[in-house]
Design a protein around this ligand. Structure first.
Ligand code: SAH
Length: 346
């Protein structure tokens, strides 16, 4: 009999499954979730308030499947920790743990590889393999908590892959993270980062959750965006922005936009002014990110250009920051660790 990964289940799903198949009392689900999600116990034998019988049933039918750590790099500068995880089928994914004075952020993956092939991104370079299961998404977070013996209080779906192309599993994992009986992470501490798939953004808005939406814009015209993000051919800028406006209206939440700055490509005063124009009547937050090392060889603009870009936005009343670079001494950019590993192996 194939063991089920218990991390695939949301609270209700687990409770129903345990009651219907094994007659396990409903309150037992609370206890099991408490061990896994609050006490970081990943072994049924150690769940001491369960009866022997229940533990046996769980062991015979379930596993608590965390991914294996195959490599770990810790930044000497700020402690940022990048994990390369191996999944049960041998596939590799990356997750990152980032420390700020008042919070820790887990950055997790949603796919093995990515189908979108953004030019500046290392993940797309190695192609798309498959979507992650719910348990694999949740497992990354729990594995990082276990490894550091900490509670992580913020979560961004900003690792490898496109979360909105694995919508069902991503939302199920959000429910698990958010559920007070499970990880109990406030929805406002959860961010989904996307290239911007209009239909799915609207679906997300309809779910009426308090999760934050972050959109990787990176350009101010279709001509420009087409050159670095092939997905823009299918979903042009104006459709993405329109969906963001709908998201904002329905959720009353401001949308965050990520804008990587590439030297001589999208870093001029004109670009900044076009961005201001795109955001008129919207409540937005803009993260400017001087581009990290990347397969296309794009370079960061000089500090003068970065400062000027920020200055133009701020003077026009837009909330914007230059995102502080984290873990710059380790393989900082998305997908780099896995790419290096894959090329070592080949
Ligand atoms: N597919 C989603 C989430 C994964 S990428 C998305 O596109 O949002 C996470 C973030 O890292 C995105 O904003 C992406 O554009 C950014 N990113 C990828 N490669 C980068 C690089 N070389 N430098 C800076 N940011 C990069």
């Amino acid at each position: 009999m194939v063991l089920k990964n218990i991390l695939d289940f949301d609270y209700e799903g687990l409770q129903n499954y345990l009651t219907e198949n094994f007659g396990i009392e409903k309150y037992r689900t609370d206890q099991i979730c408490d061990w896994i999600y609050k006490k970081r116990i990943f072994n049924f034998d150690d769940m001491s308030n369960l009866s022997k019988e229940t533990r046996k049933t769980l062991k015979e039918n379930f596993i608590i499947l965390l991914p294996d750590i195959v490599q770990k790099e810790i930044s000497k500068i700020d402690g940022t920790t990048k994990y390369l995880f191996e999944l049960a089928d041998g596939n590799l994914i990356e997750s990152v743990l980032i420390y700020y004075p008042s919070r820790t952020i887990a950055c997790i993956s949603t796919q093995v590889g990515c189908p979108l092939k953004c030019k500046f991104c290392s993940t797309g370079k190695s192609g798309f393999v498959r979507n992650l299961t719910v348990g694999e998404i949740v497992g990354q977070f729990l594995a990082m908590e276990k490894d550091n013996n900490i509670n992580i209080n913020n979560l961004v779906y900003m690792g490898m892959g496109e979360p909105l192309l694995n919508f069902g599993n991503v939302i199920q994992s959000v429910n698990i993270f958010n559920d007070p009986k499970m990880k109990k992470l406030g929805a406002r501490h959860i961010t989904i980062s996307t290239v911007g798939i209009p239909k799915m953004i609207e679906e997300l808005a309809n779910l009426n959750k308090e999760i934050r939406l972050s959109v990787s814009l990176h350009a101010t015209t279709n001509l420009q965006r087409d050159k670095i993000m092939p997905i823009n051919h299918a979903y042009p800028l104006e459709e993405v922005i329109q969906a963001c406006r709908i998201y904002q209206e329905k959720t009353n939440k401001r949308v965050t936009f990520e804008y990587i700055l590439i030297k001589g490509f999208n870093d001029s005063t004109e670009d900044a002014l076009r961005l201001v124009d795109i955001f008129k009547d919207m409540k937005v937050m803009v993260n400017l990110i001087p581009v990290n090392p990347n397969p296309a060889g794009f370079e960061k603009p000089s500090k003068k250009f970065v400062d000027n870009f920020l200055d133009v936005l701020v003077k026009k009343g837009i909330d914007a920051v230059v995102r502080a670079e984290k873990g710059s001494d380790i393989s900082a950019a998305c997908g780099q660790l896995r790419l290096r590993r894959l090329s070592d192996l080949s």
